[in-house]
Structure formats: structure tokens, C-alpha cells
Design a protein around this ligand. Structure first.
Ligand code: PNS
Length: 165
């Protein structure tokens, strides 16, 4: 069985992530979305919020599940029996960073390969940061997020940040 891990911060999940996930789910028998826990990174959403947003976006897949992990991605892969890491790439800056990570991961674990999916045209500029920037200024993010539930979580987060309630 070919199992892949799709690791990331998913702060929050985007339509770009969903496009990569859809393509990975058709290539691998099982894909586990690895949601990096809040260690080190300055993230807006808690790990539970990020996991929930993914869970409510993957119900249509029968071979995809999501889990929070901490530590090295390769250790998470070993834990779940995955031999592949899935990553999406957009601009060339992504490619440089992603190649570095792929090399590090290969050094850490020879048996695990990274598989890159170039973004499709529509999602070339979509990122979690862009969504947060737009949502913060009240712009419509409907086209950039997987569904209405995710949109509501994001808008609600910014509302609470602004009102303190
Ligand atoms: O969505 P992101 O923030 O670009 O994802 C980055 C992620 C989670 C894939 C990367 O930071 C990661 O793998 N972190 C776990 C620690 C690790 O394995 N580091 C070694 C590879 S550089």
C-alpha cells in the first residue's frame, strides 16, 4: 500500500492545498495530512482549529485523514508507515525552499521520497498568508478557502481578535 504524508502548517487550509490533496489522493492509496503542531512557528490558528478546518474539508475523500504531529516530518512518516512526502510548489522561491527540505528529509531518511505537485494556474497566488491578509481587512475570501465552514472559522477568528470577545 502506498501511503503519503502531506505535511504543513495549514494556517489555514486553502483551495491550493485542496487541489494538491486531490491530486495526491488519486496517486496514493492513502494520504495523511500532517498538521504541524504549534511548536516554533508563529501561527494564527491553534492546532485544533487547523485540524478541524481540514477535517471539515476532507469528508468527500475515502483515503484521506488528518492528524496533528510534532517533531520531524520523517518521524511522523515512519510512525504512520508512509514512504512519500507530498508538497505543492508555486513560484520558483517555493521550489528552492522545497528542494532544500526534500534534501534534508532524504538525508534524515533514505527510504522516504518527496513528491512535488506544481500548483495549477488558478492557485498560483493562493496562500494561507494571503487569506489572512484579506480576511483581516474584511475582503471576500470565499474563492480562496475550501468551503463555508472554513470561511466562517477564519472570519470569526478575526472578529474575535478585533473585538476581544
Ligand atoms: O506549510 P509549511 O509551513 O510550509 O510546512 C512546513 C513543514 C511543516 C512541512 C516543515 O516545516 C516541516 O517539515 N517541519 C517539521 C520539522 C522537520 O521535519 N524539519 C526537517 C525538514 S526541513
Amino acid at each position: 500500500m502506498k501511503i503519503a504524508v502531506y505535511p504543513g502548517s495549514f494556517d489555514p487550509v486553502t483551495v491550493g492545498h485542496m487541489n494538491i490533496l486531490t491530486r495526491a489522493a488519486s496517486l496514493f492509496d492513502r494520504v495523511i495530512v500532517g498538521v504541524l503542531s504549534n511548536v516554533h512557528k508563529d501561527l494564527l490558528f491553534s492546532e485544533t482549529e487547523r485540524l478541524n478546518m481540514i477535517n471539515c474539508s476532507i469528508s468527500e475523500f475515502n483515503n484521506v485523514q488528518a492528524e496533528v504531529f510534532s517533531g520531524l516530518t520523517v518521524d511522523f512518516c515512519k510512525k504512520v508507515g508512509a514512504k512519500f512526502i507530498v508538497r505543492g510548489t508555486r513560484q520558483h522561491t517555493d521550489v528552492t525552499y522545497e528542494l532544500q527540505m526534500a534534501h534534508v528529509n532524504k538525508k534524515l531518511c533514505e527510504e522516504i521520497d518527496t513528491v512535488f505537485f506544481p500548483s495549477n494556474d488558478a492557485n498560483f497566488c493562493v496562500s494561507s498568508s494571503l487569506i489572512k491578509e484579506l480576511a483581516n481587512f474584511g475582503a471576500d475570501i470565499s474563492e480562496l478557502v475550501p468551503n463555508k465552514i472554513v470561511k466562517r472559522c477564519i472570519m470569526e477568528k478575526f472578529r474575535r481578535l478585533k473585538t476581544g470577545r
